[in-house]
Design a protein around this ligand. Structure first.
Ligand code: 5GP
Length: 178
């Protein structure tokens, strides 16, 4: 089994690039069918989603736009507790179909807050496309319209996801070794 070291930790191969790309293809096919004629605006939530967004966009065949947003590193306080503020969204999204591109949904808190913030800006519709989903970790009742793969509740790196800033460049996904 292929192993990689990222900083002080060992990781083992979990999902190959080939299988990742098959899952991305399936998500793209669904978006191409379901959002035809809707001129969606994809919002790539940085940093972790950059690889997923890139591979997905290459497979989108309908007219669409992409923009890049980030969640502030500081936390404000909202009705649901601690909320990171969505920054970098400068366009008018009134009446638009928005597709949030996420790397991973774990507890679901981040995406749920992000969806609420985007909805408050008046879009016609907000959909979520996440490359990875940890169903056993999710605490929120959220609709994930497009999920690349369900994965166990283990810490992973690669394909945009980091361990302490490193490992985002790995083409495969690796899980923390025992
Ligand atoms: P949530 O709010 O759903 O619990 O967490 C979402 C964020 O936590 C993701 O956008 C990602 O940055 C981080 N995250 C969750 N699980 C993992 C993981 O297994 N590996 C890495 N590298 N980051 C993760």
């Amino acid at each position: 089994m292929e192993r990689v070291k990222v900083l002080d930790k060992e990781f083992v191969l979990s999902i190959s690039e080939e299988n990742i790309l098959k899952a991305v293809e399936e998500v793209a096919t669904r978006i191409n069918t379901e959002l035809e004629g809707k001129n969606p605006l994809m919002l790539c939530v940085l940093n972790g989603s950059f690889m997923f967004a890139s591979d997905l966009m290459k497979r989108i065949t309908i007219p669409c736009e992409i923009s890049f947003v980030k969640l502030s590193s500081y936390q404000g306080t909202g009705s649901t507790g601690k909320v990171k503020e969505l920054i970098g969204l400068n366009e008018d999204i009134t009446g638009r179909t928005i597709v949030l591109l996420e790397d991973i949904v774990d507890t679901g808190l981040t995406i749920s807050n992000t969806v609420d913030q985007v909805k408050s800006m008046g879009p016609a519709e907000v959909r979520v496309a996440t490359m990875l989903f940890k169903p056993d970790a999710c605490k929120k009742d959220i609709t994930l319209h497009y999920v690349g793969m369900n994965i166990p509740n283990d810490f992973i790196v690669g394909y945009g996801l980091d361990y302490d800033g490193y490992g985002r460049n790995l083409r495969n996904i690796y899980t923390l070794a025992e």
